[in-house]
Write a protein that binds this ligand. Structure first.
Ligand code: FMN
Length: 165
C-alpha cells in the first residue's frame, strides 16, 4: 500500500497533525507500506495517480479549506482519483475558547461547517473512494497550540486508516 498525504498549514498545527497521521499510517501499514507526507506547495496535481491512498488535510479558513489547498483541489482534474482511496482532515478552532462577540461569531462559523467534509466531497467528486469519515483536530484560538491529546488522536486516526481494507 502506497499512501500520499498532502497538507497545508499556516501556523504549523496542521503540519504537526499531518506528520502524526503519517506516523500512525506507517505503523499500521508496516514494512510493506510506504507513506509520503508533502506540503501542498510541493505537491503537483499530476502526481496523484499511482497511489493506493490519498489523504488531504488543511486548516479551516472561513469554514472552508485554506486558500492554498482550495486552489490545489480546484486544479485536480475530473476523474484523477478514480480507483484511489481517499480521506480528509482539517484543523479548526475550539469555538468554546472564544470570548465576547467572538463567541457569537464562533457559533455562526460552527453552523457553516469546517474544511474536512468539503475536502472529502471534493475528493469524492474527482473519483476517490472515501474510506473514513472526515476528521477535525482542534487548535486553541487561531495560531494554536493544538489541544492536548490531538496528536495522539491523529496517530490513532492514521493507524485506523491503515487498517481499512
Ligand atoms: C483567515 C482565517 C480564517 C479562519 N476561519 C476559521 C473558521 O471558519 N473556523 C474555524 O474553526 N477556524 C478558523 N480559523 C482558525 C484556523 O482553523 C486555525 O488557524 C488553524 O486550524 C491553524 O492551523 P495551522 O497552524 O496549520 O495554520 C481561521 C483562521 C484564519 C487565519
Amino acid at each position: 500500500m502506497k499512501a500520499l498525504l498532502i497538507y497545508d498549514s499556516r501556523y504549523g498545527n496542521t503540519e504537526k497533525i499531518a506528520h502524526a497521521i503519517g506516523e500512525g499510517l506507517a505503523e499500521g501499514l508496516g514494512a510493506t507500506g510506504s507513506v509520503r507526507v508533502l506540503p501542498v506547495g510541493e505537491a503537483q496535481t499530476s502526481q496523484l495517480a499511482g497511489w493506493d491512498l490519498l489523504i488531504v488535510g488543511a486548516p479551516t479558513h472561513g469554514s472552508h479549506p485554506s486558500p492554498p489547498m482550495r486552489e490545489f483541489l480546484d486544479r485536480v482534474p475530473g476523474s484523477a482519483l478514480a480507483g484511489v482511496k481517499v480521506a480528509a482532515f482539517d484543523t479548526r478552532t475550539d469555538m468554546a475558547t472564544l470570548n465576547g462577540a467572538m463567541r457569537w461569531f464562533g457559533k455562526f462559523l460552527d453552523r457553516l461547517g469546517y474544511a474536512a467534509p468539503k475536502i472529502s466531497s471534493c475528493l469524492e467528486t474527482r473519483g476517490g473512494q472515501v474510506v473514513m469519515p472526515p476528521a477535525g483536530f482542534i487548535v486553541k484560538g487561531t495560531e494554536g497550540p493544538l489541544e492536548e491529546g490531538e496528536l495522539a488522536r491523529a496517530t490513532a486516526w492514521g493507524r485506523q486508516l491503515a487498517a481499512n481494507p
